[in-house]
Design a protein around this ligand. Structure first.
Ligand SMILES: CC(C)(COP(=O)(O)OP(=O)(O)OC[C@H]1O[C@@H](n2cnc3c(N)ncnc32)[C@H](O)[C@@H]1OP(=O)(O)O)[C@@H](O)C(=O)NCCC(=O)NCCS
Length: 146
């Protein structure tokens, strides 16, 4: 049975991670690697998915992604997550990456994608995701519109 979480409203989107793009994350031309942005999204999605699953998760699929804006050294990259679908052991998480230019400028959306995570046991086998009423409140997270 497919159960859809009620966390898709923009108000329910969570600011899951924030980090600064550093010179070590650039290619030889000085631009931030797209793969670095993708890995930041995977990290944020993994946090959201493991909190929802209350355990270990693996990334099983990523839908198509296009980069709308570049990320530059010194930009703050903020990653927002919202769970859009919960199955038996799998869940889809809408993940958006935004930057704040030069650490203080206006925010711009860089990319978004839906990642699918699967809850697994210690042997890597799929396990059921617990019902929503068994999930604790994570008060350190703010629900925000980017
Ligand atoms: C995720 C994994 C455990 C699923 O194993 P599996 O044998 O396909 O398990 P199942 O067929 O029972 O599927 C389990 C769930 O995953 C979903 N799923 C499996 N492959 C999928 C895919 N390619 N895309 C989307 N969902 C997928 C199934 O729909 C099912 O969802 P449900 O339980 O909500 O109905 C296995 O594919 C795996 O370990 N993959 C590698 C994950 C990994 O290492 N990621 C990091 C790469 S570096």
């Amino acid at each position: 049975m497919i159960v859809t979480d009620t966390t898709t409203d923009i108000e329910k989107r969570k600011a899951t991670t924030r980090t600064v793009a550093m010179p070590a994350d650039t290619n030889p031309a000085g631009d931030i690697f797209g793969g670095w942005v993708l890995s930041q999204m995977d990290i944020a999605g993994g946090i959201a998915a493991s909190q929802r699953a209350q355990g270990r998760v693996v990334t099983v699929a990523i839908d198509s992604m296009s980069f709308i804006q570049p990320v530059k050294v010194g930009d703050i990259l903020a990653v927002y997550t919202s769970i859009s679908r919960t199955g038996k052991s799998s869940m889809d998480i809408l993940i958006e990456a935004w930057v704040r230019r030069g650490q203080i400028g206006s925010r711009e959306k860089v990319t978004e994608a839906t990642f699918t995570f699967v809850a697994v046991d210690e042997n890597g086998n799929p396990v059921a995701i617990p019902p929503l009423d068994q999930i604790p409140q994570y008060d350190d997270e703010i629900s925000v519109a980017p």
